[in-house]
Design a protein. Structure first.
Length: 282
């Protein structure tokens, strides 16, 4: 249910951990003059000791180094952590492969509480800037200089930032629970949600007059908390769920919906299914 288009997964695509047999290919790619100049931390020539340092970096806490694979071939690599960086073999350019790989990697990064991702692009790297913009990254308003080891020079660059709130707003999770699903509540849901509130109010749920403020206050900003709308197979809003650090609080539109769905939705959410995200297009 993204507000950006989500391309179908490339055929025979995989995002996986680095293996020892990948190292010669990584060395070859990072010596390619079409790749190395765009990566600030890649010295030239790039050899066995440099690839060992790359692997060591990927093993640091909070760093996740992935091979981008297509058709069994190593197409490139990406890393999420203190910063986001990536490269793709020129033979695989123009296929939408890195766009899909980054969608998967960023979704994984933000599936749990995580800091923002920052990617830094050389100002002449139009392809990478377009890719990050399409993914929803926000460009910094000012440029900064960054030292590039391959050219031994400082180059003008721009930072691109993706916060957890941005990602989840652009790619809201759809949580499947048996025959219903949950999506983050939005202001457009206020008119429906107000009919689900207790008539006498409660310590948890708001009064009808404050439902819009309640939606904003409890808007989903990343797992494991947020206000969700419960939908049936026809996308009819039949309930709402407030996920907090305590037991999930549920309300339904009718007694029939309560009897049919309350127990299994409550059980599934209590078991932690609220952290599971699947992304679909409207």
């Amino acid at each position: 249910m993204t507000r950006f288009s989500t391309d179908p997964a490339p055929q025979d695509f995989a995002l996986r951990e680095v293996r020892h047999e990948d190292l010669p290919t990584l060395i070859q790619q990072l010596n390619d003059p079409r790749i190395a100049p765009w990566l600030a931390a890649v010295p030239q020539p790039f050899g066995p000791s440099e690839v060992d340092a790359l692997l060591a970096h990927g093993q640091h806490p909070g760093e996740h180094l992935f091979i981008v694979e297509q058709g069994g071939a190593v197409a490139g690599c990406l890393c999420t952590g203190a910063s986001l960086w990536y490269w793709l073999d020129p033979e695989f350019w123009g296929r939408g492969l890195m766009h899909h790989a980054l969608q998967v990697a960023i979704a994984t990064h933000f599936a749990t509480l995580a800091p923002p991702l920052i990617a830094t692009c050389h100002t002449d790297n139009a392809a990478s800037q377009a890719l990050l913009t399409r993914l929803g990254f926000s460009p910094a308003p000012t440029l900064r200089k960054m030292f590039f080891q391959s050219t031994q020079s400082a180059q003008l660059c721009r930072d691109f930032v993706m916060t957890p709130e941005q990602w989840h707003l652009l790619h809201p999770p759809l949580i499947a629970v048996n025959d219903v699903s949950l999506r983050p509540a939005e202001q457009k849901d206020a008119a429906t949600l107000v009919h689900m509130l207790p008539h006498t109010g409660s310590p948890i749920w708001p009064t009808p007059e404050t439902i819009r403020a309640f939606i904003e206050t409890h808007r989903f900003r990343g797992p494991p908390r947020g206000l969700f709308v419960i939908l049936d197979a026809h996308r009819r809003s039949l309930g709402m769920a407030l996920l907090t650090k305590n037991t999930p609080a549920l309300r339904f539109l009718s007694e029939e919906d309560t009897a049919r769905h309350h127990d299994h939705v409550a059980t599934a959410l209590a078991q932690g299914i609220g952290a599971v995200q699947s992304f679909r297009c409207e």
